[in-house]
Write a protein that binds this ligand. Structure first.
Ligand code: 6PG
Length: 463
């Protein structure tokens, strides 16, 4: 048996789809899964091909791949990755390359990279986006880690990835350590807020439009500047029928999450970078899970239907503005991490590899390739700033309508709050700083004195 060019460990939904993707590109492949799940025989029964070999024995799998080996791990992020790496370490040779394609936490990736490199094994932490379809037809790939190792795997990864509109694969070496997984984490943070904004728009529209009308509105939006993968699927979800009923009306209003959203927020908070959009979306999911409490409290509310009038064009403008803010915050978090860790990330290139294959692919993302050229923050781009500022009134109108009807709009509100706060010269933080000084002598600076001087005052009678 001739040796395979590439190996994949883990034949869950994503692993199996990526394997099929590579088989379709003519890459000779070895696949491994633990015997318990029967996934290998299932996979081979539908993907029989002279160039694909399945294994339930890890040693046989490793021996079947040509050296230096290139092995993609598609196992559940978390401790399982360490267990598999431990098993693999004993079987691999120096210069072999492992790629972790799961949604691993980027600090775990950096730790694993250091550990493996002591044994001469190269590690690449690679975010993969696109869900099952993307994995099958071409995902967006976000690799980080050892650069030479990336170049050795580049050929296969380029075949695996989606192509952008110019035919260039949506994969690039993004930086060292856990940089690739960090970028995928923020991709998901942006994804969370994009989803929440659509859910809120759907919630507002459902007060005065039926399913078909909502779907029609979304699909109209999707034909223009607002085009995005998530908008497209949302317009289809709204009108999906089960028998005579709309399926969406039967879906329990509790949204789960696997971690990348809350990690994104935590990382942003630690770096001191605003992340209100993704934060509001993560929290909305958490509140959704508190169903029993929501039911109990709702019993105290007597809902009175008020007159509802919302101009669709105003909602469209508000949605557009909130999305711009979401993307500005997301890229600003990546830029901050790039500076903190010296990753030297090319933001425009990140936008480019997000234009196809991934969940947040959109027309906006294509525009951001240009806007992000030469700026570290979208707020440095004049046209971008003009555009978000012109959307303030629409956000205001939409939120006011939501408040009138008791419709929670956390992400639209986060966008408005951020926009207004960021464009207000004098904030109320003078009071915060005075309070800090009053109870903890934290000192303050004065507007009428040079800023390199600090002052403290006994603000209260009792000191
Ligand atoms: C993607 C998705 C994918 C998945 C995540 C987020 O880019 O293909 O982001 O990675 O949907 O697991 O999911 P949660 O909503 O479960 O956190």
């Amino acid at each position: 048996m001739s040796k395979s060019e590439f190996g994949i460990i883990g034949l869950g939904v994503m692993g199996r789809s990526l394997a099929k993707n590579l088989i379709g590109k003519g890459v000779s492949l070895s696949v491994y899964n633990r015997p318990e799940d029967d996934l290998v025989s299932n996979f081979l029964s539908v993907s029989a091909n002279d160039d694909v070999h399945g294994f339930e024995d890890l040693q046989d799998f490793v021996s079947s791949i040509s050296q230096p080996r290139k092995i993609l791990l598609m196992v559940t992020a978390g401790p399982v990755v360490d267990l598999v790496l431990d098993d693999l370490m004993a079987l691999l040779n120096a210069d072999d390359i492992i790629i972790d394609g799961g949604n691993s936490f980027y600090k775990d990736t950096a730790r694993r990279d250091q550990h493996l490199s002591k044994n001469g094994i190269h590690f690449i932490g690679m975010g993969i986006s696109g869900g099952e379809q993307g994995a099958l037809l071409g995902p967006s790939l976000m690799p980080g880690g050892n650069k030479d190792a990336y170049h050795k795997t580049e050929d296969v990864l380029k075949q695996m990835a989606a192509n952008d509109e110019n035919g260039t694969p949506c994969v690039s070496y993004l930086g060292p350590d856990g940089c690739g997984h960090f970028i995928k984490m923020i991709h998901n943070g942006i994804e969370y807020a994009e989803m929440q904004l659509l859910a809120e728009a759907y919630g507002l529209l459902s007060y005065f439009k039926n399913h078909k009308e909502i779907s029609e509105i979304f699909s109209q939006w999707n034909k223009g500047m607002l085009q995005s993968y998530l908008l497209g699927i949302t317009s289809e979800i709204v009108i999906k029928k089960e028998g005579n009923d709309y399926l969406i009306d039967k879906v329990l209003d509790q949204a789960g999450s696997k971690g990348t959203g809350s990690w994104s927020v935590q990382e942003a908070l630690q770096m001191g970078i605003p992340s209100g959009m993704m934060q509001s979306a993560v929290e909305a999911r958490y509140i959704s899970l508190l169903k029993e409490q929501r039911i109990a409290l709702s019993r105290h509310i007597s809902a009175t239907q008020k007159e509802f009038a919302l101009d669709i064009d105003i909602l469209k403008q508000a949605y557009k503005t909130a999305r711009l803010i979401n993307h500005q915050q997301g890229f600003a978090i990546i830029a901050a991490a790039s500076e903190k860790y010296n990753w030297n990330i090319n933001l425009s290139e990140v936008a480019r590899i997000w234009t196809e294959g991934c969940i947040i692919k959109s027309r906006l993302m294509k525009e951001l390739i240009i806007t992000l050229t030469g700026v570290d923050d979208l707020l440095e781009a004049e046209d971008f700033v003009t555009e978000i500022l012109s959307g303030e009134e629409s956000l205001h109108t939409v939120i006011k309508q939501g408040m009138g009807q008791r419709i929670a709009l956390p992400s639209f509100s986060a966008a408005w709050n951020y926009l207004v706060a960021m464009s207000t010269e004098n904030s109320v933080a003078n009071m915060i700083q005075a309070q800090r000084d009053a109870f903890g002598a934290h000192t303050y600076k004065r507007t009428d004195k040079p800023f390199d001087q600090n002052f403290t005052t006994n603000w209260t009678q009792n000191g």
